[in-house]
Design a binder for this molecule. Sequence first.
Ligand SMILES: Cc1cc2nc3c(=O)[nH]c(=O)nc-3n(C[C@H](O)[C@H](O)[C@H](O)COP(=O)(O)OP(=O)(O)OC[C@H]3O[C@@H](n4cnc5c(N)ncnc54)[C@H](O)[C@@H]3O)c2cc1C
Length: 389
Amino acid sequence: MTDRLRRVLAEPETGRFGPEANLIRDTVRRFVADEILPNVDRWEEEGTFPRELYPMAGRIGILGVGYPADVGGTPTGIWGQIATWEEMARCTSGGVAASLGSHHIALPPIVAHGTPDQHRRFVAPVLAGDRIAALAITEPGAGSDVANLTTRAVRDGDDYVIDGTKTFITSGVRADQFTVAVRTGGPGHGGISLLVVEADTDGFSRSGPLPKMGWWPSDTATLYFDQVRVPAANRIGPENAGFRIIMENFQMERLQLAVSGYVTAETAIVEAWRYATDRTVFGRPVAEFQANRHRFVDLVAETAAAKEFTYRAAEAVARGEDRTTEISMAKLLATAAAEHATYAAVQIFGGAGYLRGTVAERLYRDARILAIGGGTTEIMREIVAKRIL
Ligand SMILES: Cc1cc2nc3c(=O)[nH]c(=O)nc-3n(C[C@H](O)[C@H](O)[C@H](O)COP(=O)(O)OP(=O)(O)OC[C@H]3O[C@@H](n4cnc5c(N)ncnc54)[C@H](O)[C@@H]3O)c2cc1C
């Protein structure tokens, strides 16, 4: 039965993914099976994973999937990227996937708007796994309201001097470089620029890992900038043009979070179904109670719909169309599917689902961030409302 269920959930994968994407999928699947899954329970309890995982993933091209060859990437279309994100999300630890993948939100602005020198210094070594990159937008006083960020960068000769604080930064503890949103101009969205800040720059400091509800192995940190001097050559794109680049960058992050959403839901459903068929209550497997069977059908239908809709958004990306509305809706739908499926999975496990150590319990904790990070569900609704109503 579990195989039939798996087939229904995986069915849409077969149509759109060509041979190249399938080859990439196989590589990532093997990496996850060999290098992550045997260790993931331990890493969760330890709240970290070895830094060596980055060069291991870099060497076989996983970190570079979707990036141009001339910056050290493995070029492919959107389906190769989605196959990569799906298989990484199947490692069952959102924390490992988020930290190992933090470059996917830190590098695209540099790739798209950076100079050849920035590509050489800040992109290629990250895709090889030799350096870790993070994105620093959020501040204690500005999360959803990006246009009101206050970290200031003042031009001084050939440098900028940065003062301010960023928080909730994924890979913040270990990153060697940060793509930082700073205020270089007046108030509002027209005064923001992006600068690359290297972690060994004078005046930069950071917290240790911030304790979290989920994503335990992910090193989330607060960053402090006290008169941090960086060359103006580290600016990405024109001065005061950062807001548009940040919004452009959010699109792929949100698509990726939608993928994490439906994969989390699928994994929770399969885990719960396996348990429900094994566990006997009142002389019958939990899976045989009609209330539970109907619940599973609702979850499968909701998850399959969210996945299909995410694929529809991806098709628009592949055609090069403006896909902001679809991507925002996909994130909304798929992260809700993750919450419903993980809640149900813990419920199906009963008391065992509330104890540490089951995948269902971990998925439930990890799923909660999906509707918050990369723009909250409320912000997704705002974006869609502005565009369609
Ligand atoms: C584990 C983790 C990892 C993260 N990683 C990163 C990272 O790598 N880089 C980075 O820059 N940031 C990161 N973030 C930050 C994340 O993107 C923000 O937390 C998120 O955007 C929300 O911002 P906020 O927390 O300041 O909430 P706020 O903006 O203060 O929002 C509070 C509440 O108000 C709601 N709200 C806001 N505006 C409206 C509105 N117009 N209408 C209705 N409701 C509204 C929100 O939806 C939310 O429910 C991370 C956060 C976490 C928890």
